[in-house]
Design a protein around this ligand. Structure first.
Ligand SMILES: [Zn+2]
Length: 418
């Protein structure tokens, strides 16, 4: 059905801004930039990791995949779902329900069945996919956990997830030994080296989250040490192939991030009468009966840039009491992203995009004031680097990655969100 096509390695560096990649002087990223086609592309909204990774994996915005935010109200189960401000932070906190939601339920229950992941599409066509640490992993193979208490999950054939699930024994060190020193990316590098050496995949999703972790603490475009570590994780893949040139002879490559990063100075703790508020980083949602009244209640709130809701099926964008959907044209792909976010059945009735310099404190009151954050419609949160090598032109949105990969292999998307 397909002639032999080069396997694809999709490298996702969490939170990497376009400017940081464009200026990178680290050897492996520089080498890839010099051999590929590059552009700036757009993320989804809210520009938060669980939402973005679901968009990369399914090729759709939240109306297609159903993942609305880092934290949301599950009306069917009448409870909050909290994926953790970052996955590493969640692992470190060891909260049982949060872990179960972000590791298991996100894929097994929250990700809409009507969406198709790139792994489901490729493996349905007889190809093999491999995923390391990418939080949207739903696939056709059942995997038992290495850690007691975690139920079996369905992932791609080759599946390695933070030392919790490992389809093959690779000798990789434990993923969460020391997050601040980049142990998660080191785990990915170790498994990536093992996989590239054996060539056992058509698609490898190589996800490096440690850069975002550093960037939240330090702010955007200054986490050079963390980027150097991401770079050395990529070097590990090159080494396994016998060098960078040999690596590109054997593989097609995509390098991108999931969202950008914005400097934040202040944090607001939102509360609105009559609404359930779920907030984190630079996006928030209000669940309640009267969206117009809820949005109006925040007209004087300095942390809110835009309040968005649907009225008679039409999108309303409100800023400090003024309503004009043309406000959305100030943002990259603003109208389409805002609408898709609102048309997600799991989203709140009102979505809030944060003002410059502001962040919304999360349930525990935590924030990154003085550092970096993301989640809003603003360009700094929403622009991502997009680099392709040995594939077609880079897509203009993270939702185009799946189609690019399927096209490479001559596989048709069969479900929504292509
Ligand atoms: Zn982040």
């Amino acid at each position: 059905m397909t002639e032999t096509k080069k396997p694809v390695v999709l490298i996702v560096i969490d939170g990497l801004t376009p400017s940081m990649l464009e200026a990178a002087d680290t050897p492996s990223l520089r080498f890839l930039l010099e051999h590929g086609s590059y552009r700036r592309a757009t993320s989804t909204f809210p520009s938060l990791t669980p939402v973005c990774l679901a968009s990369i994996a399914t090729g759709g915005h939240p109306d297609v995949h159903g993942i609305p935010h880092l934290v949301w109200w599950h009306s069917g189960e009448e409870r909050l779902v909290e994926y953790g401000s970052s996955f590493g932070a969640l692992l470190a906190s060891g909260l049982a329900q949060g872990l179960r939601d972000s590791v298991v339920n996100l894929n097994e229950r929250h990700l809409l069945r009507s969406a198709e992941t790139v792994y489901e599409a490729l493996e349905g066509a007889g190809l093999t996919t491999a995923v390391i640490n990418f939080t949207t992993y739903r696939g056709r193979h059942r995997h038992l956990s290495l850690v007691p208490g975690f139920p079996p999950v369905h992932g791609p054939k080759r599946f390695f997830f933070y030392s919790l699930y490992e389809s093959d024994r690779t000798g990789a060190p434990l993923a969460w030994r020391n997050r601040a020193l980049g142990s998660i990316d080191a785990y990915a590098a170790s498994i990536g080296r093992w996989l590239v050496t054996r060539g056992g995949f058509d698609l490898l999703v190589f996800y490096l989250p440690d850069y975002d972790y550093a960037s939240h603490a330090l702010g955007p475009d200054v986490a050079h040490e963390a980027l150097a570590r991401s770079d050395s994780s990529i070097t590990a893949l090159f080494d396994a192939a016998g060098g960078p040139d040999e690596f590109l002879e054997r593989h097609a490559v995509i390098v991108c991030s999931d969202h950008g990063q914005t400097h934040v100075e202040q944090a607001a703790r939102l509360a609105v009468d009559g609404a359930r508020v779920t907030a984190s980083n630079r996006a928030a949602m209000l669940y309640g009966d009267d969206p117009r009244a809820l949005a109006a209640a925040l007209d004087r709130e300095p942390s809110v840039d835009l309040a968005l809701f649907l009225e008679d099926g039409e999108i309303v964008a409100r800023r400090a009491g003024d309503e004009d959907s043309a406000l959305l044209d100030e943002y990259p792909d603003g109208r389409a992203r805002a609408e898709a976010a609102l048309r997600n059945p799991n989203a709140g009735e009102v979505l809030l995009s944060a003002a410059p310099g502001w962040e919304f404190a999360d349930l525990a009151g935590r924030h990154h004031a003085g550092g970096g954050s993301h989640g809003s419609l603003a360009a700094t949160d929403s622009e991502v680097p997009m680099l392709t090598i040995g594939l077609g032109e880079p897509p203009s949105s993270i939702t185009g990655v799946k189609a690019l990969v399927l096209e490479h292999f001559g596989v048709a998307a069969v479900l929504a969100g292509q």
